[in-house]
Ligand binder design. Structure first.
Ligand SMILES: [Zn+2]
Ligand SMILES: [Zn+2]
Length: 210
């Protein structure tokens, strides 16, 4: 199940109505508190860290985001392990890179290995989630933006496809009623997308930065 790995913790949100069920590791938190349709920011405690669960409109459905220190954390299908680096390794992605140090003694000790690509990292080169290197975090962020976009148009696209099907069948069967219903369905999708988009814009404008 998709979720977020924050340090050694895993956060998951079950959106079955009427309330969100938020799991931190296996434990439920803020149970029966947040209605699934409610938008807004909900602070959570993950280990020692404060994070923000943000519910935002995605045209006609609500979507979950997880923010830490003003950064949106990309989710992952599987938990990302908090890996230990090999003994006596130095950070490999530090500005200057491996071998970029004139004095090997000056290299920062690796405190962690990226949970995705296993590159050894010092504290300052770990991404905000505490498990990935910044490059892997960026890659996941790009994928997240793409997935969000795909999700956005999936619902309306399906509506338009069905409407179109009705319209074509209506014409083929010489049923103006069916064809008309198809057109009406397409128009309805258009109206709903328009309203959803307008609401989305207004809410985004009124939202405070996390
Ligand atoms: Zn570093
Ligand atoms: Zn990595």
């Amino acid at each position: 199940m998709s979720g977020w790995s924050i340090g050694k913790h895993r956060v998951q949100v079950d959106v079955r109505e009427p309330f969100l069920t938020i799991f931190v590791d296996e434990e439920k938190t803020r149970e029966n508190e947040i209605p699934t349709h409610e938008l807004g920011d909900f602070p959570l405690k993950i280990g020692k860290r404060g994070v923000l669960l943000r519910r935002v409109r995605n045209l006609d459905v609500a979507r979950s985001e997880l923010w830490i220190d003003g950064v949106k954390v990309p989710p992952s299908e599987e938990p990302i392990p908090q890996r230990k680096p090999k003994k006596d390794t130095v950070c490999e992605v530090h500005p200057g890179g491996r071998g970029g140090y004139r004095d090997p003694g000056a290299a920062a000790d690796a405190k962690l290995a990226c949970g995705i690509c296993r590159v050894p990292l010092c504290d300052s080169c770990v991404a905000v989630d505490g498990v990935r290197c910044k490059a892997c975090f960026e890659t996941a962020s790009t994928a997240m933006v793409k997935a969000e976009r795909a999700l956005r148009i999936k619902g309306p696209l399906l509506g338009v496809a069905l409407g179109l099907l009705l319209f074509i069948f209506g014409l083929a069967l010489d049923s103006m009623r069916m064809a008309g219903a198809g057109l009406a369905a397409i128009a309805l999708v258009g109206v709903r997308v328009g309203i959803g988009y307008a609401k989305e814009r207004r809410e985004a404008k009124n939202r405070l930065p996390p």
